[in-house]
Design a protein around this ligand. Sequence first.
Ligand code: WT7
Length: 637
Amino acid sequence: MINKIHTLGGYFHEYQKSLTNPDDFWEQQAECLYWRKRWEKVIDWNFEEPSINWYVNAKLNITESIFEKNLYTHGNNTAIIWEPNDPADEAITLTYRQLYEKVNQLANSLKILGVKKGDRVALYMPMVPELAIALLACARIGAIHSVIFAGFSAQSLSERINDAGAKVVITSDGGYRGSKVTPLKEIADEAMEHSPVVESVVVLKRTNTPVEMKAGRDIWWHDLMEGKDTECPAEEMDAEDPLFILYTSGSTGKPKGIVHTVAGYMVYTAYTFRNVFQYSRGDVYFCTADIGWITGHSYIVYGPLLNGAQTLMFEGTPTWPDAGRFWDIVDKHKVNQFYTAPTAIRSLLSLGNEYLAGKALDSLKVLGTVGEPINEDAWHWYHDHVGKNRCPIVDTWWQTETGGVLISPLAGITPTKPSFATLPLPGVLPVIVDNEGKELKGNSVEGNLCVKFPWPGMARTIWGDHERFRDTYFSTFKNYYFTGDGVRRDEDGYYRILGRVDDVINVSGHRLGTAEIENAINEHPLVNESAVVGYPHAIKGQGIYAFVVCPELSTGGEEGIRRSIKQGVTKIIGPIARPDLVQIVPGLPKTRSGKIMRRILRKIAEGDATNLGDISTLLDEDIVGQIIDSALVDVKH
Ligand code: WT7
């Protein structure tokens, strides 16, 4: 494959080249893709506004780099392998040509529904091939897709539909996840009661769950696709036209619609996929993420397909029918690269090695992790028992906003160290700054992780709120993109991600804003106020600990209110945001100016109140002792 690094020396050489002459470097990475009109300039940027433009004035359609460029040479190669939820059901494969035809049929269908370039289409679907088809059909006609993870509630779905102004929603009657069926259409119907912007709803039949079809608005996927042309000319897009919106949580306010644009995202996901995973033609690559998150966008759909890869999509869960499911899939489809989240590894580890017994796992060449820091125990278990000591692990650090991996080993090339994301990819210039924004140079330093120079895959804005984009990422430290993560660079110059330094928590690799959860809790009629923090959780990485003030609670009613608070959050946001622990407290530790001192609550939730630091600014110091006394974890103090 072209533009693939093969040796450590090659990596250092490329890295140097990318710093000395980024224009040449990124021009070279773009050459192997399909452009209708070349760029006039590679990068045009500033981090003040911020204004970030890559491949200026180039014209293209990302689906032409997936299909037109390659159909004659590998049209009959497998593009997608789909493994259904139930192992007794048959897997499905789609070749590049078959995928192309389905994408075009859906693209033509969407046009009939009136979808035009720049319109937004919301996708609320299970992990079925039609979801990938829907992404690509939108891209084909220049519509902006906005995937909403199928675990989100009706309210979360509705908010995202409204924020993006989506006029079409694609969903399915239901979705299988292990032994459960989620009635997606029913949830979508509830969402649409509050989303009058939606004109049409396309419904895929998957579970045969009974649904109500609203006349004039709802149409079955199979009826819509019936007889549609398998050719659909690709819409010509500008390099900087939006490709998609993906919502993610921040430390404050409602979720942000992160916007990625066509050309830079294309070049970046294609380049990083082939280099990080060292993908070779014919390999079978399996990423266990859901397409509802950025990992699925970049490394199930776009990155692999832009490289002509075989990408495996899995509908189900790691533990159903039993905890050997991933390993059965690896053996069945002879998976070569396997990419998952530390939380999945920890949960499988905790269930014991018997689920690995009898699994060959000999096709595996590369293992990957993403989404949260991986602890050393999990890393070693993965390395020894899954990879049988012969597969390099790529611990890939990145974010929804970065579009693709920024810091990671290149599989088999960069020497790894457990729990280190190791070194930046070519073109990526990480810096560590202290709280005053001073850059900490050299090795053995720790601080806030920023990036100094743009890379093609970075987000361009927040949908409808560019000012929030600037405030969130470019104003904390002048002239830097601020990631929100803490990091250490060790004596070898290796990066170790320490976790978020803001009010964002990472629960099972899902990113949640504490403020968002608090808002949901505060909707409970008996709750006055609340504060949510993360605490160490053996499987989830972080669990959700809520401190809640309910002054009118009658004695003995605690258990009931805990339950109803948890149910409330599940209803408002979705099951992923359900608090693990709810402690009813007489008050929250606040400063005289009324600010909640989360630092103290975090320490308590971590079980260590031996050193609470300066609490003299607290309005009521006694509150802290009272909270500790009735804490739901053991607290040293
Ligand atoms: C946050 C981004 C990138 C796709 C999945 C998550 C954390 C991500 C790692 C890693 C330590 C990691 C960071 C980051 N994170 N990868 N390899 N090691 N932490 O995307 O939902 O946008 O969350 O996930 O804290 O900021 P996301």
